[in-house]
Design a protein around this ligand. Sequence first.
Ligand SMILES: Cc1ncc(COP(=O)(O)O)c(C=O)c1O
Ligand SMILES: Nc1c(O)cccc1C(=O)C[C@H](N)C(=O)O
Length: 424
Amino acid sequence: MTFQNTREFAKQLDSQDVLNHYQDQFIFPKVDGKRVIYFTGNSLGLQPKRTKSYIDEIMNDWAHLAVEGHFYAEKPWWDYQERFPESLSKIVGALPSEVTVMNTLTVNLHLLMVSFYQPTATRYKIICEEKAFPSDQYMFQSQVHFHGYKPEDAIVEIKRREGEHNIRLEDILAKIEEVGDELALVLIGGVNYYTGQVFDIKTITAAGQKAGAKVGWDLAHAAGNIKLELHDWNVDFAAWCSYKYMNSGPGNASGCFVHERHHNSDLPRFAGWWGHNKERRFKMEPNFDPVEGAGGWQISNLPVLSLAPYLASVEMFAEVGMDALITKRDKITSYLEFILHEIDKEVDSNFEIITPSNPEERASQLSVFLHGEGRSLFDYLMKNGVIIDWREPNVIRLAPVPLYCSFEDMYDFGQILKKGILAK
Ligand SMILES: Cc1ncc(COP(=O)(O)O)c(C=O)c1O
Ligand SMILES: Nc1c(O)cccc1C(=O)C[C@H](N)C(=O)O
């Protein structure tokens, strides 16, 4: 499709967009009385209007039923988490028994490492991406320390080639082969938080397992953003947060995936009563008898006030479906890319989009290196109602999230960007 940098053309794209009306289902902050153009759904998604009623329901049940709410609320709290797997499993391409919701992302990665990172004297190395999200780096370092190894020996980072912004698949595969018999675990972010690069989860998982390692994925930037087939791709385990593309609110609950083939294995895990056989949970027995499936990794009774917004979101995703989201995602991301190139030409600037240009290797994010511009351009955009984020040294990340961004937003953004550059 040939794009045009005009409001009429952007409006025409909006009129053809079957998801356009979802914009009205979200609450947008305002700047100078006008709703913002929101590009940071890769950090914190907007609040869906329906979410408040899910939280109010629990507050009301708590007020009127108190402890009885555990069993007699309309959505009883004791098995509230069971409302997730049916829909959530479709979002990540899993069997319902393979997903659960609990804790937060880094905590879940640590807990899953208990089961899936069991180093031995000869097989103890972890392959990860260079410049993984810092929390993942701290998680790797502390896990390796905990097991008595040295991070500089046990953690193998896959580097970008000189002058390149993204990691090549061939380099990941070569590193897996090179580490070979020493490799215990491969754990990579499915979508890199900084560049927006999407990794080939299926191929990397198969290669890691062929080398005899377990393969897990941090799907913080992938869940609700890319098509996932975790079961079919034979992924060992994965975890994600729900507050980015899944709009469940700041710091909210995380989702986990454990492949079916591990459900009846004797993998070690840290246990608690919420992972115990559901029928017998309140018999207060001394011996742990895990729930079959990913639910067996739960530990504490769940914070239902935090699950409520996640449930609102999962139900919205079930209505929309990942296919429709991805169709719009690709079109709006390409339109944003086009707008950036157009403005770049008009103002003779020098933006470098460091996210891969191949649609197979990117999703809902373009990271732009603003050569020749400074932090003042970021400040100008924020002041003028464009919410973006800034990452050192000079990168802005733009996530045109398909559920609530419009093509007209992309056009408006281009005009504000142009003014911001010319205003210097
Ligand atoms: C890739 C990635 N990993 C881990 C985290 C940390 O998540 P949490 O603070 O929920 O543990 C984030 C975002 O904050 C992230 O983007
Ligand atoms: N969770 C965040 C927070 O509480 C404050 C600031 C940023 C965050 C984020 O989630 C950042 C996000 N993971 C990122 O990709 O940058």
